[in-house]
Design a protein around this ligand. Structure first.
Ligand SMILES: [Fe+2]
Ligand SMILES: [Fe+2]
Length: 167
């Protein structure tokens, strides 16, 4: 693919993916404001933006989606980078600025990403092959475990019923 078009597709992918989440937040706000028709409109357009993002990703597959071994290695590296560099730095700034809500989100994300990295590492070394029947994901902080949902999340302290199973 030609360079400029490839970059434009990537830009479109990021924009559409962001729009998807932003529109769902708008829909939620409209629901709170008791304008369900508008909430529905935002949800419908969000769904359409999700389709655009997915189509752009489809065009980028050769660039972004490799074989599974490569994807695992890349995902492991990326979790390591965000948990060791990006989030600690974000957390430090949030604490310096007294932004407590942001500090909590960043510290939870940093800790959850560390666990994500461990899960990828185990998968890379094939420790878990054929052993896991489902994963449990904390819906508050994004902590993921291959074991049963804990009574309280080790990252954010959320109770067991905040876990969602993924299989
Ligand atoms: Fe992660
Ligand atoms: Fe959690």
């Amino acid at each position: 693919m030609k360079e400029k078009t490839k970059n434009n597709i990537y830009t479109a992918f990021v924009g559409e993916a962001k729009a998807y989440f932003r529109l769902l937040a708008y829909a939620e706000k409209a629901r709170e404001e008791d304008v369900p028709q508008i909430a529905m409109l935002f949800r419908a357009i969000a769904e359409a933006e999700r389709i655009h993002a997915t189509r752009c990703l489809g065009l980028l597959k050769e660039m972004m989606v490799k074989d599974t071994d490569t994807n695992l290695a890349k995902s492991f590296k990326s979790e390591q980078t965000v948990s060791e560099n990006a989030y600690p730095e974000f957390l430090k700034v949030a604490e310096e600025e007294g932004e407590n809500a942001a500090a909590t989100v960043f510290s939870h994300a940093r800790d959850a990403e560390t666990f994500h990295a461990k899960l990828y590492e185990r998968a890379i070394y094939q420790v878990i092959r054929d052993e896991v029947s489902e994963y449990q994901v904390c819906q508050v902080c994004g902590y993921v475990t291959s074991k049963n949902a804990p009574d309280t999340c080790p990252v954010c302290g959320a109770p067991k019923d905040k876990f969602k199973s993924v299989n």
